[in-house]
Design a protein around this ligand. Structure first.
Ligand SMILES: NC(=O)c1ccc[n+]([C@@H]2O[C@H](COP(=O)([O-])OP(=O)(O)OC[C@H]3O[C@@H](n4cnc5c(N)ncnc54)[C@H](O)[C@@H]3O)[C@@H](O)[C@H]2O)c1
Length: 321
């Protein structure tokens, strides 16, 4: 028998990530029950969600804003919940307390996804009575603008829960990827960390300035990375012979670079000092808020181009999972 359509979601934790999830879900037509154990955080999370919705598109913002319901207690937030997006502080003890509350008040078959960036599903699942419906759904900040969500189950997560989550996030306009096993950093942050280590090392070795290292990424491979990953990029780099040809003919040259790449697993203090100094000089006083506005405007333009996330399309009302 097919499950009932999911029309509402409980966002549990209304900080940076919870507020953005709330805005995204409301924009996509879901009723949102927003809860935080701190009344102050709940109020400011709601304000942030409204700010996001208003900046997105004034025409449909009022309807989306009305779909966000502030819940002062976990009972009203979770009773009848079919889907919970947990977004509380990144700490095993805090997650455990939140998960116990979720299990106490939500129906036993509610799907529960944790936004955790770095905690393990297997460890979090230890405290669950019904661990089969629990998984990680790790978004990227800003959640409402970056489509990726990484789905990771623990050993006790049902395959059906991962499938349902995949279907649901897809219907909501996200781009889900599913890991077959848990690893620290999931997929995207591991890839980003590999690049980050080398980006620090190149600056610290004096190979190029911080500005030029960043520029080399953005004006070069970064342009393709928005729509084509490293494997497909190198398949095309192999010409008519594709990836096989690339491994055979270009692979050995890259192995020479590999032997010269940074290998440390703690950022050297001197390297950290150097990149921080160069970053201060590069920014020349420009603040984080100004840069965030610039980044978000660029992301909106890119998403429109690559994912056709026009406001008019943000109106899915039913998601059958
Ligand atoms: N900030 C990021 O860039 C980012 C990106 C992706 C994923 N995440 C993940 O999202 C989660 C939330 O991160 P954040 O940056 O939004 O944190 P945050 O500190 O901004 O917000 C966390 C919120 O959780 C609330 N909270 C704590 N315990 C609670 C409980 N028992 N019940 C209800 N509410 C509770 C706090 O009051 C706070 O408002 C973390 O697991 C983090 O790893 C963060």
């Amino acid at each position: 028998m097919p499950s009932a359509p999911i029309r509402s979601v409980t966002v549990f934790g209304a900080g940076t990530i919870g507020a953005s999830w709330a805005a995204l879900f409301a924009a996509r037509g879901l009723d949102v029950r927003l809860y935080d154990r701190s009344a102050e955080a709940l109020a400011s999370g709601c304000k942030k969600a409204i700010r996001i919705l208003t900046s997105w598109e004034d025409v449909y913002a009022p309807a989306a804003i009305e779909r966000i319901h502030l819940c002062p207690d976990p009972d009203s937030a979770l009773a009848n919940a079919a889907f919970v997006q947990e977004s509380v502080l990144e700490d095993y003890a805090v997650k455990r307390a939140a998960h116990e509350t979720i299990e106490r008040f939500a129906p036993a078959d509610a799907l529960v996804a944790s936004s955790t960036s770095g905690l393990l599903a297997s460890r979090m699942q230890e405290s669950w009575t019904h661990p089969e419906r629990f998984l990680i759904a790790h978004p990227f900040n800003p959640v409402h603008l970056i489509p990726l969500v990484e789905l990771v189950g623990g050993p006790r997560t049902a395959a059906e829960s991962l499938r349902k989550a995949h279907e649901l996030y897809t219907a909501l306009g996200k781009v889900p990827v599913t890991l077959n096993q848990e690893v620290p950093g999931h997929l995207a942050n591991r890839l980003a960390t590999a690049v980050w280590r080398e980006a620090i090392d190149l600056v610290a070795r004096g190979v190029a300035s911080l500005e030029d290292v960043d520029k080399a990424l953005c004006a070069g491979p970064g342009l393709r990375w928005a729509f084509m990953g490293q494997h497909l990029t190198y398949h095309l780099a192999g010409g008519p012979g594709g990836y096989r040809n690339f491994f055979e003919h270009l692979g050995p040259a890259l192995e020479v670079y590999m032997a010269d790449l940074a290998r440390w697993d703690r950022v050297p203090e001197a390297a950290k000092r150097e990149v921080l100094e160069q970053m201060d000089a590069h920014l020349a006083g420009r603040g984080v808020a100004e840069l965030e506005r610039w980044r978000d405007a660029k992301l909106v333009e890119l998403a429109k181009h690559l994912y056709a996330h026009e406001p008019a399309e943000l109106t899915t009302h039913e998601h059958v999972v």
